[in-house]
Write a new protein. Structure first.
Length: 206
C-alpha cells in the first residue's frame, strides 16, 4: 500500500533542501555496498531529523539503529555546542561503513558509535537523553521504548521511524501496529504519528 502518492513524494523530495554532498555520496555507496536502500533515512526524513535537532537543541542524543550513518550525520550537523550522539548498531560491517563516513565528516567527532545490542548499550550509558531516534529491529521497538521513556529529560523527545509499515498497520499487522497501540495506551506519554516517508512518530512524556 502506498501511504502517499508517489508523485507527491517525488515533489516533496524535489522541493525539500537536498542532501549535503557527503550524505549523497553515503547514500550512493550504501546502495552499492550494503544494499537494503529502504533502510536509508533519505533526504526528506534526514532533513526532518536535522530540523528537530535544530529546533530542540538537544545536548544528548541516542540513536538506536545506525545502519550506514545517514541519520546520525544529519542530526549531528544541527547539534548545539557540546552536543553529542551515542549511536547504536548491532552489525559490525554496517558500523564500520558508518564510521568511515563519520571520520570524513566535520561533525563526526560528535558521534560515538557503539557496536552491539542496543539494549545492552543503553544499560551501560548513564544519565538522561534529550532526543532518542529509534530505527532498528521492529520487534524490538516496545523494548527500546520502555528502556528510554523513563530516561528522557524534562523536554525530551522520542522519534520512531517506520511506524506505518507501508500501511500494513491499518490491518493491525504487527509489530508496528502493536507498538503504536502500546504507546497510544500508555498514560505516561503523548504521541503523534506523521505520514512522513514510512511513518514517523513523535513521543514525549505526559
Amino acid at each position: 500500500m502506498e501511504i502517499i502518492d508517489s508523485r507527491v513524494e517525488d515533489y516533496v523530495e524535489r522541493l525539500s533542501s537536498p542532501h549535503e554532498p557527503l550524505l549523497a555520496e553515503l547514500s550512493e555507496e550504501t546502495a552499492q555496498e550494503l544494499g537494503s536502500t529502504g533502510m536509508l533515512t533519505g533526504p526528506v526524513a534526514g532533513r526532518f531529523l536535522e530540523l528537530l535537532v535544530w529546533l530542540g537543541q538537544p545536548k544528548r542524543v541516542l540513536e538506536i539503529g545506525t545502519f550506514s550513518g545517514h541519520s546520525a550525520l544529519a542530526m549531528a550537523a544541527a547539534l548545539p555546542d557540546g552536543g553529542h550522539i551515542d549511536a547504536c548498531e548491532i552489525d559490525a560491517d554496517r558500523a564500520a561503513f558508518a564510521q568511515r563516513y563519520f571520520d570524513r565528516s566535520p561533525h563526526g567527532s560528535k558521534i560515538t558509535l557503539h557496536v552491539g545490542p542496543a539494549i545492552e548499550t543503553i544499560g551501560r550509558l548513564d544519565g538522561a537523553f534529550d532526543l532518542v531516534f529509534i530505527d532498528a529491529d521492529k520487534p524490538g521497538y516496545i523494548g527500546y521504548y520502555e528502556a528510554v521513556l523513563p530516561r528522557l529529560s524534562e523536554r525530551g523527545l522520542i522519534v520512531v521511524d517506520n511506524t506505518l509499515a507501508s500501511g500494513q498497520v491499518v490491518d493491525g499487522s504487527p509489530p508496528a501496529a502493536e507498538f503504536n497501540e502500546h504507546v497510544a495506551n500508555d498514560a505516561r506519554s503523548v504521541q503523534v504519528i506523521l505520514t512522513v516517508r514510512d511513518g514517523i512518530s513523535l513521543i514525549r512524556r505526559a
